[in-house]
Design a protein around this ligand. Structure first.
Ligand code: F0G
Length: 458
């Protein structure tokens, strides 16, 4: 019998009740949080698609593994299990656990980046960018042009523009301490990077003698896209593909809160033992001893098991298909989205849906607020609030795209939850022309989107 319905490849073992706040409660919550969805209490949200980071459901094997956690300060058994799984997967020789991805970034860049340096990537994630800028260096995005066109359908819209990368590397006035590539490209719509592009980056890095690092948060989802979209990979396992991806790099930063299938954790991995030694010295200062790096022994167990489970073909097939399912549903109803759907999220194109709201009046934030008001669905703005440049006088310089990301936590919501989300998105889209823009009333000097206050324009 042909299989049409792809089922969740797991059964629910423990349940967590969802709060069902009514419309009045949601309206009050919006006012109290000054229209910043980061200010909502989780119990005021019905379906929480704010992030896929640390929000997934762990497996019975992960929970069981946690009971085996060895909490020894130095030389914990759980560290050696974690170390051997990460080493087997990545091939890197120096594995440094951290409490999450940004801690790995902070440590790496404080060792390798200096004032005035340039660090190219397809698109830097906001914490990566902030950690680079904190060192006085420039985080330069060199994604291929097609990655900036939401409606364009192409298989690997996360690819780096190799000509732009070459131009940066060849410029004698610029020092590039390393090249990064984010797989999948979160800030560019969760779009994958092809193996051919990773090989091209490697070749350029070899030519100019510059190290190459992966931001590997969603390496398994990227591997699945390579398997299903790139010639020559259909018969390889996701693990073989992931190993090949890592083999092209000199190191990686990783947030295990994504494809580590854990609620907390991360690591920095490198081959260069001098860099590793400097990184471990900072690790001891800021995170902890090198065999726990800011994590409990049981967290290391959960990550070690998660990194194995995430490469299961049944899981990846379901994962990528279930995100695509939401994309197809809203798209069929005429809602503009970034196409094709990314690995971990559907990105609604607010610029196309709300052409009456100018970028400096935050169309993607306006859309995110309405999704919450309509059905208690929380997404996140990825547009001018997050990536625009505030000016001393006059409107912000706009971001390249105005998106609302609906990130799907791993193994958490069922198909009917997703059907409900589609209903809410479509209902909001039908009254798009009535949605007002916003103005900022208070903001912080960096990463302002987390804490800013807004009010609707009348
Ligand atoms: N790199 C990428 C591509 C990410 O998506 C994230 C986190 C990080 C680095 C930082 O990792 O959160 O463990 O410190 N992304 C989350 C998100 C927060 O919602 O996309 P972290």
């Amino acid at each position: 019998m042909p299989q049409h319905v792809i089922i969740e490849p797991f059964r629910v073992h423990t349940v967590e009740a969802i709060a069902m706040p009514g419309r009045d409660q949601r309206e009050n919550a919006l006012q109290r949080s000054h229209y910043n969805l980061f200010g909502l209490h989780a119990d005021e949200v019905i379906i929480d698609l704010l992030t896929d980071s640390g929000t997934g459901a762990m497996s019975t094997k992960q929970w069981a593994g946690m009971m085996l956690g060895d909490e020894s300060y130095a030389g914990s058994r759980s560290f050696f299990k974690f170390d051997s799984v990460v080493r087997d997967l990545t091939g890197f020789s120096e594995i440094i656990p951290t409490h999450q991805g940004r801690a790995a970034e902070k440590i790496l860049f404080s060792v390798v980046a200096n004032e005035g340096d340039v660090i190219p990537s397809n698109t830097h994630f906001d914490t990566t960018r902030a950690n680079i800028e904190y060192q006085g260096a420039e985080a330069r995005d060199v994604v291929k042009h097609e990655g900036l066109d939401p409606a364009l359908i192409a298989p690997f819209k996360g690819d780096i523009d190799l000509d732009a990368l070459r131009a940066t590397l060849a410029d004698p006035s610029i020092n590039v301490p390393l090249v990064m590539c984010t797989v999948t490209n979160n800030s560019g719509g969760g779009q994958p990077v092809s193996m051919a592009n990773l090989k091209g980056i490697r070749a350029l890095c070899d030519e100019f003698g510059v190290p190459f690092f992966l931001d590997a948060c969603r390496f398994a989802e990227n591997a699945w896209f390579i398997k299903t979209r790139e010639d020559g990979y259909a018969d390889k396992t996701p693990k073989e593909i992931a190993q090949e991806m890592f083999s092209l790099a000199d190191g990686c930063t990783m947030s295990a809160k994504k494809d580590g299938l854990a609620n907390i954790g991360g690591f920095l991995a490198v081959n260069d033992s001098d860099i590793a030694a400097q990184c471990r010295n900072i690790l001891i200062l800021t995170e902890g001893f090198p065999t726990y790096g800011g994590l409990a022994g049981y967290d290391l167990e959960a990550v070690a098991q998660g990194l194995v489970e995430v490469l299961d073909e049944n899981y990846l097939h379901y994962r990528i298909r279930s995100v695509e399912y939401l994309g197809e549903k809203v798209s069929a109803a005429g809602v503009p989205i970034v196409k094709p759907t990314g690995g971990h999220a559907v990105y609604l194109d607010a610029k196309a849906l709300l052409p009456h709201i100018a970028p400096h009046e935050y169309p993607a934030q306006a859309l995110a607020v309405e999704l919450y008001r309509e059905g208690g669905v929380r997404g996140v703005e990825i547009g001018t609030l997050m990536f625009g440049t505030p000016q001393e006088e006059g409107p912000d310089l706009p971001a390249q795209m105005e998106l609302v990301r609906l990130a799907i936590p791993r193994r958490m919501y069922t198909q009917s939850h997703i059907d409900y989300v589609a209903e809410v998105v479509i209902a909001v889209a039908q009254r798009a022309s009535e949605i007002p823009g916003y103005r900022i009333t208070e903001q912080a000097p960096w990463l302002r989107h987390f804490t800013m206050k807004l009010e609707p324009l009348s």
